[in-house]
Design a protein around this ligand. Structure first.
Ligand code: G6P
Length: 372
């Protein structure tokens, strides 16, 4: 009913709008007044956490994209090697795991069979498993050593939105907690990030205030044949998530590439009028990556692409090469996916609606897939 949907015509629109609150709920009670992380749910001893020598993230779909982003953050803060793998591939390749491996299983539903089987395999090899999950008491958390719940509330739309953002928050919390327990050479940076993380609900709120032009843009592209997405650094998994959303909801051919790979093949796809969405990392801190992606925007535009650029407020270097610029609030580079994903959700949702599709129940998809 309309009441269940909070006055929105679709659950997905409601769930996109709820994201500032969901992000706040995931953070709630997990950072104390002094900026220390308090993750009592991680019932592994500090000694065990100090002995971890490798992290493996396993997940499917959007949860896998959250894992790809987690890799950048956890490796940087903890200097632990992090592997990320789709759950359906994991156990069939004889992965190297033992009791000092920390496996992070990310699953909104806690019921994806692929992820569950990967968790079982990891535990048989004595790895310790932490689940990041949105559904209380579901199977994956029950079969794991510990669980970090995302507390996003039930998500009805088949395509993940608020659960994706809150999985990112949980991954950041876990990475920062590991850094706190194990010690990090970036102690000051970690302190600053904790403060920035606490401010992310407001940043997500701000980005929602500026997405109206994205709706118009999406409607203008309703008849496009395909859309390409490019990103670098954490913008690359964000691009993957943007493309997945478009496939799921608008049934449109959408591909994402690491922008550096363009020249190794995908650039051959660029033709007149092809929409190319580019997720630009912050110009601060990682200026080399920023310069490189600005060149990538130039390259595709010179070949006729219609460039849609997602860039931080104040980043004027992209403007000359962008047909459309979508602005996101300034954040720490590693936290930027929390804001950069939102316009891509709105884009896919609105484009699907313009094509007359039901965004809550896309064809052929299930909210949770309980078969392998
Ligand atoms: C299904 C859903 C996707 C989701 C994936 C993983 O395929 O349609 O939206 O990302 O499962 O689900 P999970 O519950 O394990 O996060």
């Amino acid at each position: 009913s309309a009441a269940e949907k909070g006055g929105y015509p679709y659950f997905m629109l409601k769930e996109i709008a709820e994201q500032p609150r969901s992000v706040a709920d995931t953070l709630l009670g997990r950072i104390d007044d002094t900026g220390r992380l308090a993750l009592d749910e991680v019932r592994l001893s500090e000694e065990d956490l100090r002995e971890v020598d490798k992290v493996i993230v396993i997940a499917c779909g959007s949860s896998y994209h959250a894992g790809l982003i987690a890799k950048y953050a956890i490796e940087h803060w903890t200097r632990l090697p992090v592997e990320v793998e789709v759950a359906s591939e994991f156990r069939y390749r004889d992965p190297i795991i033992d009791r000092s491996t920390l496996v992070v299983a990310i699953s909104q539903s806690g019921e994806s069979m692929d992820t569950l089987m990967a968790v079982r395999h990891a535990r048989e090899q004595k790895a310790r498993v932490i689940a990041i999950c949105n559904t209380n008491g579901s199977t994956i958390p029950r079969e794991s050593d510990a669980v970090l719940y995302t507390h996003a509330g039930p998500e009805v739309g088949v395509a993940a939105t608020k659960t994706f953002l809150t999985q990112l928050v949980a991954c950041y919390l876990l990475g920062l907690f590991l850094a706190q327990v194990r010690g990090t050479k970036f102690a000051d940076e970690v302190q600053a990030i904790v403060r920035e993380l606490a401010a992310m609900p407001d940043a997500v709120d701000d980005v929602l205030d500026t997405v109206e032009p994205v709706r118009e843009l999406a409607r203008s592209l309703a008849d496009a044949k395909a859309v390409l997405f490019l990103g670098r650094h954490v913008g690359y998994p964000v691009a993957l998530e943007g493309a997945l959303k478009l496939k799921e909801l608008a049934y449109m051919h959408a591909e994402a590439f690491a922008a550096g790979e363009l020249k190794h093949g995908p650039i051959a796809l660029i033709e007149d009028g092809l929409p190319v969405v580019v997720v630009v990392p912050s110009p601060r801190g990682r200026s080399v990556i920023h310069q490189k992606i600005v060149s990538n925007i130039q390259e595709v535009r010179a070949r006729g692409a219609r460039t849609i650029v997602i860039a931080e407020e104040g980043d004027e270097a992209v403007t000359p090469y962008a047909d459309t610029v979508i602005r996101t609030p300034r954040t720490a580079t590693l936290l930027a996916p929390l804001v950069a994903t939102v316009p891509l959700q709105v884009f896919a949702c609105e484009l699907a609606l313009a094509r007359g599709l039901d965004v809550d129940q896309p064809r052929n998809l299930a909210k949770s897939v309980t078969v392998e």
